[in-house]
Design a binder for this molecule. Sequence first.
Ligand SMILES: Nc1nc2c(c(=O)[nH]1)N[C@H]1C(S)=C(S)[C@@H](COP(=O)(O)OP(=O)(O)OC[C@H]3O[C@@H](n4cnc5c(=O)[nH]c(N)nc54)[C@H](O)[C@@H]3O)O[C@H]1N2
Ligand SMILES: Nc1nc2c(c(=O)[nH]1)N[C@H]1C(S)=C(S)[C@@H](COP(=O)(O)OP(=O)(O)OC[C@H]3O[C@@H](n4cnc5c(=O)[nH]c(N)nc54)[C@H](O)[C@@H]3O)O[C@H]1N2
Ligand SMILES: [Mo]
Length: 812
Amino acid sequence: MMKDISRRRFLKGTGLTAGALAITSISPVYATTAKSGRGFGVLTAGRMGPLLCQVQGGKLVSSTNALAQTVPNTLQVTGPDQVYTKARVKFPYVRKGFLANPSNPEGVRGKDEYVRVSWEKAYQLIHEQHMRIRKENPPSSVYAGSYGWRSSGVLHKAQTLLQRYMGMAGGYTDRMGDYSTGAAQIILPHVVGSIEVYEQQTTFPMVMEHSDVVVIWGLNPLNTLRIAWSSTDCSGLEFFHQLEKSGKTIIVIDPMKSETAEFFGDKAQWIAPNPFTDVAMMMGIAHSLISKKQHDKKFIDKYTVGFDKFEAYLLGKEDGVEKTPEWASSVCGVPAKQLEILADIFSKNRTMLMAGWGLQRQQFGEQRHWMLVTLASMLGQIGLPGGGFGFSYHYSNGGNPARTAGVLPSMTAAISDPTWPSKGSVAAFPVARIVDALESPGKTIFHNGHEVTYPDIKLIWWAGGGNFTHHQDTNRLIKAWQKPELVVISEIYWTAAAKHADIVLPITTSFERNDLTMTGDYSNQHLVPMKKVVEPEGESRSDFEVFSDMAELLKPGGKEVYTEGKNEMEWLYQFYTAAQKSGRNLRVAMPNFSEFWRENQLIEMKYNDKAAKFVRYDDFRKDPVLNPLGTPSGKIEIFSKTIEGYKLKDCPPHPTWLAPDEFLGTAKDDELQLMTSHAADRLHSQFNYAKIREDYAIANREPIWINVTDAKKRGINHGDLVRAYNKRGQVLVGAYVTDRIKQGTVCIHEGAWPDLDAKTGICKNGGANVLTLDIPTSRLSNGCAANSSLVRIEKYTGPDLELTAFVPPKIG
Ligand SMILES: Nc1nc2c(c(=O)[nH]1)N[C@H]1C(S)=C(S)[C@@H](COP(=O)(O)OP(=O)(O)OC[C@H]3O[C@@H](n4cnc5c(=O)[nH]c(N)nc54)[C@H](O)[C@@H]3O)O[C@H]1N2
Ligand SMILES: Nc1nc2c(c(=O)[nH]1)N[C@H]1C(S)=C(S)[C@@H](COP(=O)(O)OP(=O)(O)OC[C@H]3O[C@@H](n4cnc5c(=O)[nH]c(N)nc54)[C@H](O)[C@@H]3O)O[C@H]1N2
Ligand SMILES: [Mo]
């Protein structure tokens, strides 16, 4: 392969040393407890990795990383704050107006006081209303979709435990999909036959060894790899740390100079398109490839279908608009010349196109990854080591090779007792359509080739999710939230969701119960004991205890059925022994459970040389007939007949540039595009109350990133209190004036707890979703489109408003 990018001076890295730094293992050194010299402590784990905890006088005083790591991770020190924050719910509470008349409640959710009750009273209240609602309505009236990032662990899985109970009670409505990749996970199976976003990627070592150019297209791994769904194995941050030293050509494409772009400094080229316009940008690059005959026709012929139709569109034969680099430039704001240079670099060098998910959390989000796969097909490197595309390099250490491992099973929603008539989900709808569903029971929507009818929801029980921060258009949500007859929330903290519930149940943190977890969702690199570090605060109980108790109220003996006669440690014994057995079959030696638990050490699973060389689509490339993709044609579908059959205006049958309702191209006067990226120092809304907030809050509010020019125009200075607003709502934020964001664009990171002022309605904590638009990505996937909103900003000159986000409500 020709490597002639050195003459392109706009790039700092030349790619010429690629391969020179090939590494054998990027896994961090295992070094935890007393034995290995990192000091004493109780070993547990969270999303942010295995943790060593120090306890003094029965109190958790510190938590730190248990694995050696090069890149610091602020989330790991939040342990004491998680347990002792003033925002904790310590006792069961009932909304005053609800307690007054449970079957026909008074007052308004979100405006009422709370009354402390005993656990028995709380259980009894829920049980009675739950049974009444079931008697009067079908099981679909009970919503147990309860989306969210509950804490790690294979036993204490809040949603699963809720659904296990609701199954025993007669069934429930579930959610479909997630907020993370709503659009991508529906479109990609049509294009490449798999969901891609949650799958093992061409491994980090293979990228290190073979890629010349790494394109970081709308991902911010330095933030997002601080956590994993199970618990991070810490390899991802380590990989990017090594990539920075590799001498490869790194290109970051992001409207923000993200923490990742900043981390690479002058070792990467930062290119800032206008948000939302990546499809146009990719089309400009694709057009340049065609006009210079740089695209790989052989690959396209052998491995894809429908390119001719896309090409006709690209050349303007379909809609009269030729998608030239100049055209693309007028949309995305990146110079045409630069797009041509990118085409040149990508086609002449082994190039890995990594893409994140923020760019598909937008109206018409489906088009992003579809177009990226199309571009990668034109480059012809899919299935080659270090080439092609990867959609999970920024998530759960997607490039860390799978280990040969004894893998833990986990709690299931289904019970094992065949004599108890249990039902699973009886209905489901796309997760981000919840407010639409509450507003319009009985409405039928189109979803990926099927019709979905919304149930009439009367009861909502949320356990393990922060729906008041995660859902779009908070004011619309608050209105819809008045409709159900009963809202129960199981929470650790007085979140906005808790403050809008009828009954609030205090739940333990993961530091107050025993559990187990694997690390690295794809790698299974470690098995970690998640030890109880301290006793539960107040009267908090685990979700497992709560739902076991509730099951007993369904019918005597229900608890025995729910728990299968096992307590917490007995469940852990069972999970561990199953892992041990699966390990034994693979010749992975693991100690017996009692020894493992006593040792306070994690188990590192066996490195697997073959897995370390995994290349995505390698087998398809070698033999597309023997190893076809899971698409109707068995090939990459650049044109999809299936999608053509759906006849959707908002998702045409090939990648298409569609201008969204709210974006810079439609902006009026002084409107700005709002981005709501994921924050470095939080996991969504989690830890917003923690001390680390002091390091990022501005004027004691969530920051808003504003370009220097935009700020100047409005007389806003760094550190000022700013009002950001649109027709949906208004928030108070602190100005972070910077040249690290594209002009015309602002960013309020998602996850600040909504804290609406009773008089003005202004959110005093800068909750981004007060401003976002609650629309589906398209009728194909109905995904979350949070990043498609316009806002205006001004210096705040109103009265002082005290921040109350982390203050418990009035207890009457
Ligand atoms: N504007 C905008 N909105 C977004 C996004 C965006 O990019 N922009 N991103 C979206 C995405 S990708 C996601 S995944 C969602 C995230 O949305 P969520 O996953 O709902 O967000 P979290 O803040 O992690 O909420 C987890 C909640 O569970 C509670 N919890 C933790 N452990 C336990 C437990 O053991 N038991 C119980 N009962 N509760 C527990 C925590 O206290 C917390 O309130 O947000 C979405 N919303
Ligand atoms: N620390 C931390 N880690 C997390 C999370 C967290 O809240 N905190 N959340 C976890 C979860 S649930 C998920 S789903 C993932 C989220 O992973 P992602 O969805 O990939 O994260 P985002 O921050 O939304 O977006 C990543 C980058 O894309 C950029 N971006 C946004 N819009 C555009 C666009 O139109 N074009 C281009 N080119 N770039 C754009 C953003 O500026 C950001 O730098 O992260 C996970 N990891
Ligand atoms: Mo997510």
